[in-house]
Unconditional design. Structure first.
Lengths: 230, 230
DNA sequence: TAGAGTTTGAGAATGTGCTCACAAGCATCT
DNA sequence: AGATGCTTGTGAGCACATTCTCAAACTCTA
């Protein structure tokens, strides 16, 4: 019946709400208004209400939302009621950091394999896992039912890593390598590029100084890089 | 004269074009069409042309863009013709990885200081820098003219880190801590949250399996997580 | 039970970004 | 020089996202 079409922008904010809500239960809060949830998540309240309304009518007018119930509904929508097995491809500095990152396990993302192409690293222990051979990627991915691949290789190796993950049936890939990679249509791909974020900051910083120069000029029209205030 | 208002979405893509263009010069390409630049950057050609047109008319009809000249113009627009001094706050696994990350220095981002609140870490060498005391943050930031602060602390420490960076006159902050932080209006803030990206992937993965169930149902309307294809 | 005070949910208006489509302009060939 | 082919730059239309606004629905108090 109900057409389920949650906007992409909303999906990207749900994890933010979820984190705020979890913080709240830990502090003993049982009910929350869109206003205070908005403050905690760093957005405005109209956006919170619109976003939550896509999930259904889970609030109570004049009262707010039940924190526990909202956590359950958002978790369900995001698919966090089950655990996801992850494989990290490329165990350099970044791969190491990701393997030890506590934030993953907290949301049900289990790192179950680390692979690297460098023979000298194979066998090395990281946490309670050992680094395995990149050549065995497909076998390992199938054996351990990996559903999310995390690419933390140097840029030139990223495409091959993606190809082999896809060949092994992995349908979701998070790419940290500074390279554009191609994946089959049925594979979801997201990327995080650390240096791109710095370049964006650089743009706004540079524009600020440029405007400083023409301080007496006309009024600034565009808005700067989003600050946290609504 | 000319009103300079480059859309936020365009700014976010300029670094992507820049990287592709740099790759191209290294392979000896001197001219590029919007079509091939689009392919390299993983977007479509109309978007490339619109984005580049905000910078000015730097292309030649019937020919394309001069790679070197475009690199210069984009770098200038992004403020990459100068170097930026960065300070990393919090040197755990992630801070370590960031300190050693090659992609930063390649674009003129110099990490000039590492600070941590854990006394046992102070003095420890990371690359050719030593970890210094979080308490000295303001002094160090001023002495070394830090303009970008990178927060890689645990979530509870993030707000204090931001406050002290702002107090030291740092006007751009990149936050890796999984927490929403407040900064003054004149400070630009961007955030990268590793576990949020995984949660977004989880959403689309979960929806895929849900749809598998009603395979014989009506046609899928929304689009899945963006694949790399245009 | 009635009235005052809150807060949600959603329709409407606005704003931003994306894609299409094509005229304008350049190079090359005859 | 004129014709042909290619590629840019941009106006127009469309799609998506955000914000505004307010009726509806709830709690609490008397």
């Amino acid at each position: 019946m109900r057409e389920r079409a949650i906007p992409e922008a909303t999906v990207a904010r749900l994890p933010l709400y979820l984190r705020s809500l979890v913080d709240m239960t830990e502090r003993g809060t049982h009910t929350v208004s869109s206003e205070s949830l908005a403050f905690a998540a760093g957005v405005n309240s109209a956006k919170v209400r619109k976003d939550l309304s896509y999930l259904g009518s889970y609030g109570t007018r004049g009262v707010g939302y039940d924190v526990e119930y909202l956590i359950y509904q958002i978790s369900r929508e995001l698919g966090l009621t089950q655990d996801w097995n992850c494989m990290i491809v490329g165990v350099g500095n970044l791969g190491h950091a990701l393997a030890n990152y506590k934030g993953f396990s907290a949301r049900g993302f289990r790192v179950v394999a680390l692979v690297d192409a460098d023979e000298r690293k194979i066998g090395e222990a990281v946490g309670d896992l050992a680094i395995e051979d990149f050549e065995d990627l497909e076998r390992i991915a199938k054996e351990r039912q990996v559903s999310i691949g995390i690419i933390a290789t140097p840029a030139p190796a990223a495409q091959e890593a993606a190809d082999r993950l896809a060949a092994a049936g992995v349908k979701s890939i998070l790419n940290f390598a500074p390279a554009v990679i191609q994946v089959p249509d049925d594979v979801s791909l997201r990327k995080v590029d650390l240096s791109i974020e710095l370049q964006i900051l650089s743009f706004y910083e540079q524009r600020k100084s440029a405007l400083e120069g023409l301080r007496r000029g006309k009024r600034l029209t565009g808005s700067a890089a989003k600050s946290t205030r609504p």
